[in-house]
Design a protein around this ligand. Structure first.
Ligand SMILES: Nc1ncnc2c1ncn2[C@@H]1O[C@H](COP(=O)(O)OP(=O)(O)O)[C@@H](O)[C@H]1O
Ligand SMILES: N[C@@H](CCC(=O)OP(=O)(O)O)C(=O)O
Length: 377
């Protein structure tokens, strides 16, 4: 996207993921910096008030857990790190909860792993929960679920998680706040002649050569994980900004269009990239035969597939599986992630969405495949 600036790119955004790194939420790694948390909450509340949907990815659990347990140095044993994260996560969400309460907002704790987002059913569930929270104007606070995985804790990288969440909810932008003003041509802690990169294309291979590892004992991922996160976010057409969390009112200024930090633009793709992601995962496990009305709704009107337009269901599949949508003549129409398993799909096929709760005994999505999870063929 040549000629893109923070102003042209960010002022049009509505759904944002903000990632604050360990270096910004802790007091040199010992406990939480409550003033800093209050500062993020104030800015996010102001953006929320202006109609932005903001998800916060925040580190800090291990640092807080260490302090609560009276540990003065970061343990090396993975299980001790996991224990610290479990203790500290309580403090992290308590702190955010009270900060957001000052602004009359609810916060929600969401703990995720990379594996959750690679599994289609969990992907759909996480997406539905997060988008529902956003529609309720609640601020989701996301961290890694350090209890059940160890890879993340070893690499200590919430940057990747931020990008995965950006893909998951189709966010327009990912803002990574850290302790440096942005991406420099080399690690500024080691090379004082390094200069700030104001903007570049996300995924540009030369950026990876500039980025080094973490420069402090607190941060873990360094700049490389941020560059790779921007590349990943660009896969769903989201732009990334890497900026300093020490800049006063950085979030407010960015979304007013002030040029701060490094802008990594996503290429404009003809097909929404999350659908490309879907297209790459298309291993069909079932088949839905659609009537003419449903085919028109999908092809001409860009609508979701409702159960009423499904004439026949074949195959055995679970919620989140990829199914083929075909015409009565067998022509391929679309593929998508289905919201119901095959038994449920058989029961609701041909029926109105408002009857789903009566037919199944529990309520669910009105769509059998949401248009965001559907690729036309
Ligand atoms: N090219 C670069 N430009 C800026 N910072 C860099 C670069 N290469 C490495 N770094 C280091 O990355 C650090 C930020 O990453 P990290 O410590 O993991 O922070 P966070 O906790 O915010 O994720 C900086 O303090 C800096 O020393
Ligand atoms: N999930 C862990 C660590 C994550 C972490 O340090 O990530 P980062 O902020 O990218 O360096 C925590 O909350 O302490």
């Amino acid at each position: 996207m040549s000629g893109s600036t923070i102003k042209t790119v960010l002022t049009g955004c509505r759904r944002i993921v903000v990632k604050v790194g360990s270096s910004l939420v802790t007091n040199q790694g010992a406990g939480l910096d409550l003033k800093a948390l209050g500062n993020w909450a104030r800015q996010i509340a102001a953006l929320n008030g202006k109609g932005y949907e903001v998800v916060l990815v925040s580190s800090g659990a291990i640092a807080e857990g260490m302090q609560r347990l009276g540990w003065t140095s970061r343990p090396v044993a993975i299980h001790e790190l996991q224990a610290a994260a479990a203790v500290g996560q309580m403090g992290l969400v308590q702190a955010y909860e009270s900060c957001f309460r000052h602004h009359d907002l609810h916060a929600a704790q969401v703990l995720l792993t990379h594996a959750d987002l690679a599994d289609r059913e969990r992907y759909l569930n996480a997406r539905a929960t997060l988008t529902t929270l956003l529609s309720l104007r609640v601020i989701p606070i996301i961290n890694e679920n350090d209890t059940v995985v160890t890879d993340e804790i070893k690499f200590g990288d919430n940057d990747t998680l931020g990008a995965l969440v950006t893909n998951l909810i189709d966010a327009d932008a990912l803002v990574i706040l850290t302790d440096q003003s942005g991406l420099f041509t080399a690690d500024p802690r080691k090379d004082p002649s390094a200069t700030l990169v104001a903007s570049a294309q996300a995924g540009d291979a030369s950026l990876e050569a500039m980025a080094g590892g973490a420069g402090s004992a607190i941060g873990r991922g360094g700049m490389l994980t941020k560059i790779l996160a921007a590349k990943r976010a660009a896969a769903s057409c989201a732009h990334t900004v890497i900026a300093s969390g020490h800049e006063p009112d950085v979030l407010l200024h960015l979304f007013e269009g002030v040029a701060i930090g490094t802008l990594l633009t996503a290429p404009a793709l003809p097909l929404a990239a999350r659908k490309q992601w879907l297209a790459g995962h298309l291993q069909v496990t079932g088949r839905l035969v659609l009537d003419q009305g449903a085919i028109k709704a999908l092809r001409s009107d860009g609508k979701s597939l409702l159960p009423i337009g499904v004439k026949q269901v074949s195959g055995e599949f679970g919620r989140g599986s990829v199914v083929a949508c075909v015409s009565e003549q067998g022509t391929d129409i679309a593929r998508g992630l289905v919201n119901y398993n095959s038994d449920e799909a058989v029961r609701i096929a041909g029926r109105a969405s408002q009857d789903i709760a009566t037919l199944l005994g529990y309520g669910g999505d009105a769509e059998i495949i949401h248009r965001d999870n559907l690729v036309l063929l």
